[in-house]
Design a protein around this ligand. Structure first.
Ligand code: GTP
Ligand code: MG
Ligand code: NA
Length: 470
């Protein structure tokens, strides 16, 4: 089958930006969901993907389609939400490495912030086109919401003082972007999308600009990336997260950009102890406009086609690594070759998991969150006076619920010198502790600190050190 303009796949769109600029809230507003309210501390700590079918997009964007007299030719959008918190550089990198196109969310009240600039760097490296959502315009003093109108018209309806404040903050953001070597222009005045980045004023609270953002994401790929989004059959599939789900066992959330996956197919992914060869037991997706991270009734598929986010159930994938490529072993394929190929990815990850002799034991739900935790413990931010906090060395790692096995492995620290006493503990991020692990931890005297927010683990450990010294 030849690639053609008549057979496009969904563009993969990644949402990037500084913490709390409103990335998740924008997606919530479009999906009519409430993912952000359910996040611990309101902070995104995982990557999530949602599928937006073109019918739903068309319905939500009719006024702006009529204004610009444009029709869509993509079958929908696959949108990936990423965390903005500084410790999740790895997830931002993974998200941006998958995307065809990105939305960089900037808080209009704050302008560019550190992770905005980091994200610009990632996107430049990828040469991925992106649009800027200048979000929180409802916070302009006196803003009157008009989510039913294209944002250009909503702006025209505002009082002069609101228009003036918008212009001043918009000009400021544009100047800041210029300092990053980027030309930007509000999208409805942009005559040259190859020279000027499109800026869309948005509010995830009032809904202003939501249709304009969807409109841009659905029309830009055909203008800028048509060759890239022509569907082809060569499988391009990446593991986003590996996690245990009640009633399903261990599952892998994957993004299939091109090609197909079918039930019963034999697949290869990268594992901590070596390549994992297994069979697809089932292929599940959330309902359209829902997110994979949230519990919704799943749809079962016998076959799926990129671009799509899908949950794979299979045996023996407990130790599979997020970030790994996934290959299908077809009749004509050399399984050994694919096993070698898939393990190439591990190099960089293992470097991070480099073990110290003396250090705490850390445990996380997924490799993605483990990477984030390790990265944070290496550079745990600054104290109140702006001095860098000391790193916390890590001597052992685990993924998934804390088990007795993890406690035993951590227990080794108890046999080392007194000065390392503080390290004999487990920092468990976003994972439950199994009852027998809890019992044996009490017996041998290993505290297990659990938290849903990474830096709470740092606080717990810091307090432990202080208590031991006192
Ligand atoms: P991280 O994923 O943690 O990086 O944050 P985020 O970029 O996903 O931001 P999130 O959606 O968590 O929103 C952060 C806060 O800003 C929440 O309190 C939101 O209610 C608020 N917020 C988001 N968008 C808007 C907006 O357009 N207007 C106003 N007034 N508040 C907003
Ligand atoms: Mg978020
Ligand atoms: Na947030």
């Amino acid at each position: 089958q030849k690639k053609s303009k008549d057979n496009l796949r969904c563009p993969v769109v990644c949402v990037l930006g500084h913490v709390d600029t409103g990335k998740t809230k924008i997606l919530d507003k479009i999906r009519r969901t409430n993912v952000q309210d359910g996040e611990a501390g309101g902070i995104t700590q995982q990557i999530g993907a949602s599928f937006f079918p073109i019918d739903a997009i068309t319905e939500k964007t009719r006024p702006v389609m009529e204004l610009h007299k444009v029709e869509y030719n993509v079958p929908g959008l696959l949108i990936i939400d990423t965390p903005g918190h500084e410790s999740f550089t790895n997830l931002r990198t993974r998200g941006s490495s998958l995307c065809d196109l990105a939305v960089l969310v900037v808080d209009i009240m704050h302008g560019l912030e550190p992770q905005t600039i980091e994200s610009i760097g990632l996107l430049k490296k990828r040469r991925a086109p992106f649009v800027i959502a200048l979000n929180k315009i409802d916070r302009l003093y006196g803003w009157e919401p008009h989510p039913e109108l294209p944002v250009q018209q909503a702006l025209e309806m505002q009082a002069d003082s609101v228009k003036a404040e918008f212009q001043q903050r918009y000009d400021f953001a544009v100047r800041q972007l210029q300092e990053q070597g980027l030309n930007a222009c509000v999208f409805y005045e942009n005559q040259d999308v190859r020279t000027f980045l499109n800026v869309v004023p948005t509010s995830a609270i009032s809904g202003d600009g939501m249709m304009d953002l969807l409109f841009l994401l659905s029309t830009l790929p055909a203008k800028m990336l048509i060759d890239k989004i022509m569907y082809h059959e060569n499988l391009e599939c990446t593991v986003l997260e590996v996690k245990a789900i009640e009633g399903l066992g261990t599952t892998m959330d994957v993004i299939v950009v091109n090609g197909k996956l079918k039930e019963k197919q034999k697949i290869v992914v990268c594992g901590l102890e070596g390549p994992i060869v297994t069979q697809i037991r089932s292929l599940l997706t959330p309902q359209p406009m829902k997110e994979m991270r949230v519990k919704t009734p799943y749809i079962h598929h016998q076959e799926i086609k990129g671009a799509i986010g899908v949950k794979i159930c299979a045996n023996g994938i407990e130790r599979a690594l997020a970030g790994s490529n996934l290959y299908v072993v077809g009749e004509d394929d050399d399984e050994e070759e694919l096993k070698d190929e898939v393990m190439k990815d591990l190099g960089g990850i293992l470097k991070k998991v480099k073990k110290n002799e003396d250090g705490v034991y850390v445990q996380a739900s997924t490799l993605g969150s483990l990477e984030a935790l390790l990265e944070f413990l290496e550079r745990p931010g600054e104290d109140r006076d702006g001095n860098p906090n000391p790193p916390i060395p890590v001597s052992g790692i685990g993924i998934g619920p804390v088990s007795k096995y993890d406690v035993m492995r951590c227990g080794v620290m108890l046999e080392r010198e007194r000065e390392w006493e503080a390290y004999a503990c487990i920092l468990a991020f976003d994972v439950p502790v199994l009852p027998d692990a809890e019992r044996s931890a009490k017996e041998i005297g290993i505290p297990i600190y659990t938290a849903e927010i990474i830096y709470h683990l740092f606080d717990a450990f810091t307090k432990r050190v202080a208590d031991i010294k006192a």
